[in-house]
Design a protein around this ligand. Structure first.
Ligand SMILES: Cc1ncc(COP(=O)(O)O)c(C=O)c1O
Length: 382
């Protein structure tokens, strides 16, 4: 059962089946009885392990092509667990831009414990090298980057990281393991907001982290159990259920993203479209070399004769909201939502202008989505 589409449906291995259930049961128990003083089942206290969560973690490990995976209460809990692998005095290079929450937790939480970070603007992986000082211990990056859709070179960054013994962490939220598996390209830790494509229905907050190394896995398991940011059994069940349709959802969303990107390129209200599935995009070749598709996220910049607020308020099918990856089309304004916590100067440097719009197409009818965007653009003229 190695093909991805089959794995999505059958990969959640139910290890503790009593009745040969077709679906993984929800184990609502905080603790487990020991058989005797000396003998227990392998399950102790449910913060450490729960069979429903374990089934999901097994599925994620298989999908990511790793050795261990862990499910958290949110994407931010997963990111925080991964950043907890560092120590006071260490420095992390953040390659390109990252989600505002990641920037926020580095600046407002981890900095207080002595972990420092530097945002590095890069066109090629080699641009990182001058920033690698003695105290640099890791590289954190997204690809494509939220919300600019700039493609980072996974293999190139991994090569540099290995040469300098640095830990690499990739936030794979924009792609999901269906479209991109960074562990297979040598990355150490992959984190993901499972709230997005894995969940796919905008109804759960969840996060995952996966690794390809047993020792690293043991450390992450310890962090997960001690910090306690675990995913609850009901949410783990929901995620297993959602993942069964990940492939069909993401295929349709990717199709919609491509058609929308092609349309937006032709609209006079649009200055530039960022989507690595367009041949005109600077990340097109790199994306093809490291992912199975261009993914379903895109962003674009309005011409300065058009007003973002007017445009966003004129949409009927797209929902103005701060998430992505759901079956319903969502649209957002990063400068005032997901990336508002990033200083204006950094936003400008990394291409997050006030005219930038981020689009997460859902699975609705392609032509209706395009028509909705087109009519709202006509109403957005200043
Ligand atoms: C790229 C990325 N990473 C991480 C997160 C955080 O995930 P969560 O909201 O599940 O905590 C988000 C949320 O928007 C995101 O877009």
């Amino acid at each position: 059962m190695s093909k991805l589409d089959t794995l999505l449906v059958h990969g959640a291995n139910d290890k503790v089946s009593y009745a040969r259930e077709v679906n993984v049961p929800i184990y609502l128990t905080a603790t487990f009885e020991q058989k005797s003083f000396e003998d227990h089942t392998g399950y102790g206290y449910a913060r450490g392990n729960n069979p429903t969560r374990e089934s999901l973690e097994y599925l994620i490990k298989e999908l990511e092509g790793g050795k261990r995976a862990f499910a958290f209460a949110s994407g931010m809990a997963a990111t925080s667990a991964a950043l907890s692998l560092f120590s006071a005095g260490d420095k992390v290079l953040v390659a390109g831009m990252v989600y505002g929450g990641t920037y926020g937790v580095l600046k407002s939480v981890f900095a207080g414990f002595g972990l420092r970070f530097e945002l590095v603007e890069l066109d090629r992986a080699e641009d990182l090298v001058p920033h690698i000082t003695e105290d640099v211990k890791g590289i954190f990056f997204e690809t494509p980057v939220n919300p600019t859709l700039k493609v980072n070179d996974i293999r190139g960054i991994v090569k540099i990281a290995k040469e300098h013994s640095l830990l690499t962490i990739v936030d794979n939220t924009f792609m999901s393991p269906f479209a991109q598996r960074p562990l297979e390209l040598g990355v150490d830790v992959v984190v993901e907001s499972a709230t997005k494509y894995l969940g796919g229905h905008s109804d759960i907050i969840a996060g995952i982290a996966a690794v390809n190394d047993e020792q690293l896995g043991e450390r992450l398991h310890m962090i997960q159990a001690l910090q306690g940011g675990i995913l609850q059994p009901f949410d783990a069940y929901q995620l297993i259920r959602s993942i069964k349709t990940l492939g069909v959802r993401v295929r349709q969303q990717t199709h919609n993203a491509y058609e929308i990107a092609k349309y937006l390129e032709t609209d006079p209200a649009v200055k530039i479209v960022h989507y690595p599935g367009l041949e005109s995009d600077p990340g097109y070749e790199l994306q093809r070399s490291q992912a199975d598709s261009a993914g379903a996220m895109l962003s674009f910049e309005l011409d300065d004769q058009y007003c973002p607020a007017k445009f966003l308020d004129s949409l009927h099918i797209f929902t103005l909201g701060a998430s992505l990856g759901g079956v319903e089309s969502l649209i957002g304004h990063p400068a005032t939502t997901s990336h508002r916590g990033i200083p204006e100067e950094d936003r400008a440097k990394f291409g997050i202008s006030d005219l930038l719009i981020r689009v997460s197409p859902g699975i609705e009818d392609t032509e209706e989505l395009i028509a909705d965007l087109a009519q709202a653009l006509r109403l957005a003229k200043k």
